[in-house]
Design a protein. Structure first.
Length: 293
């Protein structure tokens, strides 16, 4: 069943968000689209939320308090669940997804997850709220995965695009195995530089993942015109970049969490990058997206 699409126009910005996964399908500035259009031959998503896990769980199972839980899906389960639109204002849309009998079978915590889209000027702010509804600590990861269209035509090639960081970075990237698990060894990637060139092959080894960069913003630019898209991601410890080979889009993915490491012991409390939220506490994170023409 196709998801309901909720649209909102405020000032120069127009957005469309699906109930399914509260997924951003469209962000237009003065009528110009910045989001990937979900062509299935490349990738049939545009901005899934990654919750309560980011990436792959080793062997599709983990343990918590001595009990084993199975979860076969990558990036958790919230992205394919229907959210409820709980509030709409002239410049915002707020969606909620709550734990239920099915989620408790694969993830033993009661929660509410809110995703709020707010248009301010030319920017779109995406707020993520996690509410712990348990009488105990809750362990989770939360990740973002927006995909931005790269206009490729006779004049502009994929290789004309690059990612520009707010600051010069020196960082290694994580290495992944063929199952998407993280290896202990890293690979050199950024050496006191602020640009990552996009090519047809740059993502052949899966996502490029960094931890604890100094930059809190990254911008998609190209060498042929002034169109640009900036994502600001304060506080996120991990950031990943991903696309399919030769595909005209790139994903900018700030994360609170990461795939299981190959050598994980499978215990949820020991999982790399896992977030711990106290009883009845709330977690908040946000992305700010801004297009420029």
């Amino acid at each position: 069943m196709e998801s309901t699409i909720n649209t909102l126009k405020y000032g120069n910005v127009e957005i469309a968000v699906a109930d399914r996964g509260a997924e951003l399908r469209s962000y237009k500035l003065d009528g110009e689209e910045f989001m990937w259009d979900r062509k299935p031959e490349f990738w049939a998503a545009s901005s899934p939320v990654l919750f309560p896990f980011v990436g792959t769980i080793k062997n599709g199972a983990y343990s918590y308090d001595g009990k084993k839980y199975e979860i076969s899906t990558r990036h958790g389960f919230a992205r394919t669940e229907d959210f409820e639109l709980v509030e709409k204002t002239e410049n915002s849309l707020k969606f909620r997804f709550s734990s239920n009998k099915e989620t408790l079978e694969k993830y033993p915590f009661e929660f509410e997850l809110f995703i709020t889209y707010t248009i301010t000027g030319n920017t779109l702010e995406i707020g993520y709220n996690v509410v712990n509804k348990n009488n105990s600590d809750m362990y989770f990861s939360l990740g973002t995965h927006p995909a931005f269209a790269l206009d490729v035509n006779d004049d502009i090639k994929l290789g004309d695009y690059y990612l520009e960081f707010e600051k010069n970075e020196t960082s290694q990237k994580y290495k992944l195995n063929e199952k998407g698990l993280v290896l202990d060894e890293k690979a050199d990637c950024l050496n006191n530089e602020n640009k990552l060139q996009i090519t047809e092959t740059v993502f052949n080894d899966d996502a490029i993942i960094f931890k604890n960069l100094k930059s809190e913003k990254v911008t998609i630019k190209n060498s042929k015109n002034s169109k640009a898209l900036t994502v600001e991601y304060k506080g996120f410890p991990y950031i990943a970049f991903w696309s399919k080979s030769k595909a005209p889009f790139v994903c900018i993915e700030p994360w609170f969490g990461i795939s299981d490491f190959e050598n994980t012991n499978g215990k949820l409390k020991d999982k790399n990058g896992i977030q711990k939220l106290g009883e009845n506490k709330k977690f908040f994170a946000k992305l700010v997206i801004k297009g420029e023409k």
